[in-house]
Design a protein around this ligand. Structure first.
Ligand SMILES: [Fe+2]
Length: 231
């Protein structure tokens, strides 16, 4: 975990250095946003704590561990996907190579946490599937709440860096498949309930993906029409 933290900081260093030397962003605005975001802080438990059934943060350190390893498994894979796609749209071979290298690290991070979570599923299937279900249904990236977060999220979705379909098909489903979530037979009553709840959530998400894409296609068509009319 220490090594993971050190590597994440290295990603931050290289991305910031690249943006400063290429004048890619306003470094003062970047630093101000960083100060606001770091001062707000982040906690997986703040996100899921009040939504987790029977969870008491003062007495359940093992449950806290399960939420954390489930969360970082999905979150590291999400960074792998978004860094890789960011490299592609940068239109700069250096940025593409740099982000591919970062994405390779993120993949290793994901595998580490995915293995921990897989072992947890074998040891304590019901507890672990409940944590996974809560995390999947309340998932947010660590950048949530930082200045410009919503606007930037919309831009990322619009340009194919990270959207709802990628979240479902490239992040959630491959990990759940790897853990054999829907084929396991070691769940008790609690675990079965969580698994059914998770399956229903994924079905709703599939519907949202289609609605989002229809909306996006309509807005792109409108923009193309406006451009055509102004020529
Ligand atoms: Fe990472």
């Amino acid at each position: 975990v220490g090594r993971w933290t050190a590597e994440e900081n290295r990603h931050g260093i290289v991305l910031r250095d690249y943006l400063v030397v290429t004048r890619g962003v306003d470094p003062v605005a970047l630093e101000q946003a960083r100060m606001i975001h770091m001062t707000n802080g982040y906690s997986t438990m703040a996100v899921v704590g009040d939504k987790a059934p029977d969870f008491d943060i003062r007495t359940s350190s093992s449950a806290g561990f399960l939420f954390s390893v489930a969360y970082v498994t999905f979150q590291e894979l999400a960074t792998r996907v978004s860094h890789r796609n960011t490299g592609r749209v940068c239109d700069d071979p250096l940025a593409d190579r740099m982000l591919a290298r970062i994405a390779a690290d993120e993949n290793l991070h994901m595998i580490f946490y995915r293995n921990l979570c897989a072992a947890s599923l074998d040891l304590a299937p019901d507890q672990t599937i409940e944590a996974i279900n809560t995390i999947v249904q309340n998932f947010q990236m660590p950048g949530a709440g930082m200045p410009g977060w919503r606007r930037n999220g919309v831009l990322m979705a619009k340009h194919g860096i990270y959207d709802l379909r990628q979240h479902l098909e490239e992040v959630l489903l491959p990990v759940l498949r790897k853990w054999n979530i829907f084929e396991r037979n070691d769940f008790g009553v609690r675990g079965e309930r969580a698994r059914e709840d998770l399956a229903a959530f994924l079905e709703r998400l599939r519907g949202e993906v289609l609605r989002f894409e229809e909306q996006r296609d309509r807005s792109l068509a409108r923009a193309a029409k406006r451009q055509h009319q102004s020529v």
